[in-house]
Design a protein around this ligand. Structure first.
Ligand SMILES: [Zn+2]
Ligand SMILES: [Zn+2]
Length: 68
């Protein structure tokens, strides 16, 4: 009898793709000009940031006021 211990397959979390130019407002790739949150440096589309400012929305990550 073979008593070879087969190592269990590694259970790794799926690799989280860090997309640098990902806008959390429209949940897609940043198009055109970029707005960077002054507090957390999260990047958004400038267009989305402007809309967020008008809509009184805050930075999704740090809740800093959008000052586009
Ligand atoms: Zn922020
Ligand atoms: Zn956007």
């Amino acid at each position: 009898m073979t008593d070879k211990k087969v190592p269990p397959p590694p259970v790794l979390p799926p690799p989280f793709k860090v997309i640098d130019n990902f806008c959390l407002f429209h949940k897609g790739t940043i198009q055109g000009e970029t707005y960077t949150c002054p507090k957390c440096k999260t990047k958004y589309c400038l267009e989305c940031a402007k809309k967020a400012k008008l809509g009184g929305k805050l930075c999704i990550k740090c809740k800093q006021l959008v000052i586009a």
